[in-house]
Write a protein that binds this ligand. Sequence first.
Ligand code: SF4
Ligand code: SF4
Length: 439
Amino acid sequence: MSSIKELTRLMHELDDQLRVCMRCGMCQAVCPLFSETGLESDVARGKLALLDGLVQQLFKDPKGVNDRLNKCLLCGSCAANCPSGVNVLEIFIKARAILTGFMGLSPVKKVILRGVLSQPEIFNRMIEWGSKFQKIFTRPASERIGTSCARLASPLLRNRHFKPLAPVPFHRMIPHLNTDRGSSGIKVALYVGCLIDKIFPDIARDVIDVLNHHGVGIFMPEGQGCCGIPAISSGDMKTFNRLLRHNLEIFDAEKFDFLVTSCATCTWTIKEIWPMMADKDSGYVKSRVEKIAQKTLDINQFLVSKVGLENIKDDARVDPVTVTYHDPCHLKKTLGVFAEPRSLIKANPGYRLKEMPESDRCCGLGGNFNLQYYELSANIGKLKIDNIKASGCQVVATGCPACMLQLFDMLSKSGDNITVKHPVEIYAERLRNYPYRCL
Ligand code: SF4
Ligand code: SF4
């Protein structure tokens, strides 16, 4: 643990950014956490004031500030609605790294992040082991949407309904690919992401089918590591740096035109957090990170803007299924991607898109937040489900596998006859079921 003087010195680096906040409080109206708790320390303004207090040495309780800082979904609703343009997420992420560097990681996080997540081979082996034995500890919760729950009381699983680990992860189904540019003349690197690899491998298969259909060459190297978001959101720079370097080694930006992912959170991390946190790295690391970040696109955005969809006329729909779309925070609020996933859905004549109220309201998952504050996370999630139900849909689509987990949990418990899909699954269904052009 370094000294409080050293902590103050590091925190001073955030001083200029902290000063941009004019304490107007407009972030209160949009913060999903504040709407649950009504606590000033839960909203961006309160957290920024606490960080400012540390910088100005008005108080000397870094642990207390860190606890309040960690009680946050990192949803970016505050930043997206801030009239002063305060870069709230950058401040929070950098402050978490500084405070964790000062206080150290908890022993549990050390084991999970440094002992497992930072080493892709060990992580993969442990998950495969977990997949084989998960039925000993879990039982089916909803046959309808394929969720499980804990067999016995478990402080980790609690009363969650979750999608079980896939029997075979995607990296075992298709370990690597390197196909030539086809009719599109484009080659992409495919970054799979942990949740899609280990829980939703069918989404990755659909991505490959869609890319093949459009004549896009695919570079998918073996041994991909986590993008690092669980580490950096816990302030663990050591694990984050290790994963960043691991992924930089295997994704050589010279070998592809774009890097695509079907996970909103991975896209955000690679595009914005990698360059933000690699700012002080050597020229070599920094320039590779910047090259990859510039080439990174969400799969929906890539298909719409670089390839072009197989579109249909609206009257081509026959007896369509009603689908609504949930905007993942990291796709709409931080990357501005919201029209493209809707275009993928609308391209399938078997579906009709019906908007829900507040489609961009946070689902309440927030990664680590859900693990640490499950009750609050579930309360925020229930509001989302009310909006989904108000649309009268049979399917809710969303472009982030993390949001999908939260929606599966809430819908499994509510018993509503609604299932969850990724837009790329809906578009792949269209290519399979309606192979002709419907224009
Ligand atoms: S973060 Fe932005 S919206 Fe919130 S109080 Fe500060 S200036 Fe106002
Ligand atoms: S990131 Fe989300 S949860 Fe955190 S303070 Fe901002 S609006 Fe609230």
